[in-house]
Structures are given as C-alpha cells and as structure tokens.
Design a binder for this molecule. Structure first.
Ligand SMILES: C[S@@+](CC[C@H](N)C(=O)[O-])C[C@H]1O[C@@H](n2cnc3c(N)ncnc32)[C@H](O)[C@@H]1O
Length: 236
C-alpha cells in the first residue's frame, strides 16, 4: 500500500500537518476493492492482495511463533483483516482461537469464503467499524479477551481518513487497549509511519515490547525502512 496515492489527497491539519488524507481512508474504497476481489475469487480462486507483501505477513507470523509469551491456544484478533490471509497463515501454523474484523462486509465475505475453502471453519469473522467505541457494543469481540491484536495496514488506512483522522486514530488506539488482555500484545505493521512516529502516538497507552526487523534502504546517506513492524504492550 503506497501512502497518499489517492487522487483526492489533501493536507490534514493538527498534529499531522504533513500527512495527507486520501481515498484509501474511505470505506467506499475498501468496499470497491473487496467486491472486486470477491468476484475474482469466485471466478478464479485468486485471494487478492496481501498488503505490504507476503514477507511482511510472514515476519509477523514467525515473530509470534518465536515469542515465548504467546501460546497456540491464545486468542488472536486481526484488526482490519481484509481477505484474512494472515489468519489463514496463523491457522496453518497451529493457532486456533482466531478472529478477524473488518468494516467492509465484502472483505469479511471474501475472508469467510477463503477460510471455509481451506477447511478453517473455526476462524471467526465479524463486520464492524473499529473506530466506533468497542465498549458501546460496536463489536461482539470481547473486551479484555485477546492476547494478541494484529494490524497490518489498518492504522495506515484509518490515518488517511478524509474527516477527523486524528480523533479516529485516538479511538482506534483506545479500542485496542480495551480489546487486549492486560498482558496482551499489539503487533502493528505500517508503511505510512516511522518507528518513532508509532512509538510516540501509541505511548499514551502502550510501551514498546519489540521491534520486528524489516528490510532497510539507504537514500541520501540516511537509512530508512519502507515497512515498520512493532510490538507494543499495554501500560497498566
Ligand atoms: C491496507 S488494508 C490491509 C488488509 C489486511 N490487514 C492485510 O494485511 O491484507 C486495510 C484494511 O483495513 C480495513 N479498515 C480500514 N478502516 C477500518 C475501520 N475503521 N474498521 C475496520 N476495518 C477498517 C479495510 O477495509 C482494509 O481491509
């Protein structure tokens, strides 16, 4: 997912003065993507995009496998699951308490179809908007239940919302805190935000647990990452 690629990009005010909103921050965009992908899947069994590539997904899966704090029976929630391929991969590795949430009904339908075809009928899916307060019943997902919440590209999409992205991001952050167990982990993969920016924003409720190494590039004498993967733990 390239940042700021929407044709209707404009500047966002407030603490994100240099950040731009775009169509990628709208539900309509994602509905269109997943309605198309659902049709393609029915026709040709093509599951569609794995955002930021398969390597980004596998880095998260491998990190969880190697994390001594996470067991196969722990509840894992994929926030903005899209086609659900992260959960399919985790299921293949042996995790069994898996739930995906996305606000696009077509994404959830696609994810359901893919999981069912793989015989993974125990993966749970739900259509819900993650910037509505989870304590007010926006989700049937349970507060304080999840050992791991995974986000790959969803915070990025929320950050590109045309209207009041700052409030949306803050609600999203609060929701994650409520959904996680006290000893839970929030694993985020972003291509729009740097490690420093993510650490700063999430520091109100989370502290850094780990950095999942990602490829680096060099430009103008500086080293950077095109994708950042971090693991946060909730502050008590
Ligand atoms: C870049 S895609 C990533 C999809 C998936 N995580 C992956 O890695 O393939 C962003 C996803 O976030 C979902 N999304 C964006 N805003 C959301 C919101 N407010 N509530 C729930 N899902 C949202 C989109 O529908 C889309 O599936």
């Amino acid at each position: 997912m390239e940042p700021n690629t929407g044709a209707k990009a404009r500047n966002v005010t407030g603490d994100d003065r240099d950040f731009q909103s775009s169509e990628l921050g709208t539900k309509q965009f994602w509905d269109d993507v997943y309605v198309r992908d659902l049709d393609n899947y029915k026709e040709s069994a093509d599951v569609g995009d794995i955002w930021f590539g398969e390597q980004s997904q596998m880095r998260v899966v491998r990190w969880l496998e190697n994390c001594e704090d996470v067991d196969m029976q722990d509840a894992i929630l994929d926030l903005g699951c899209g086609n659900g391929m992260m959960l399919v991969e985790l299921h293949e590795e042996g995790y069994r308490d898996l739930t995906g949430v996305d606000y696009s009904g077509a994404a959830v339908q696609l994810a359901r179809n893919i999981a069912d075809k793989e015989g993974m009928t125990d993966i749970k899916y739900e259509t819900a908007d993650l910037i509505r307060d989870v304590r007010e019943g926006a989700l049937t997902c349970r507060c304080g239940h999840y050992k791991v919440c995974v986000d790959k590209g969803t915070y990025d999409a929320i950050s590109l919302m045309p209207d009041d992205a700052v409030t949306a991001r803050q609600t999203y952050r609060t929701n994650i805190k409520h959904l996680l167990r006290a000893d839970g982990l929030f694993v985020i993969t972003s291509c729009n935000w740097t490690r420093e920016q993510l650490e700063e924003f999430f520091s109100t409720d989370f502290s850094l647990h780990s950095v999942i190494p990602t490829p680096t590039f060099q430009f103008g004498g500086k080293t950077g990452n095109s994708v950042t993967s971090l693991v946060f733990k909730p502050k008590s």
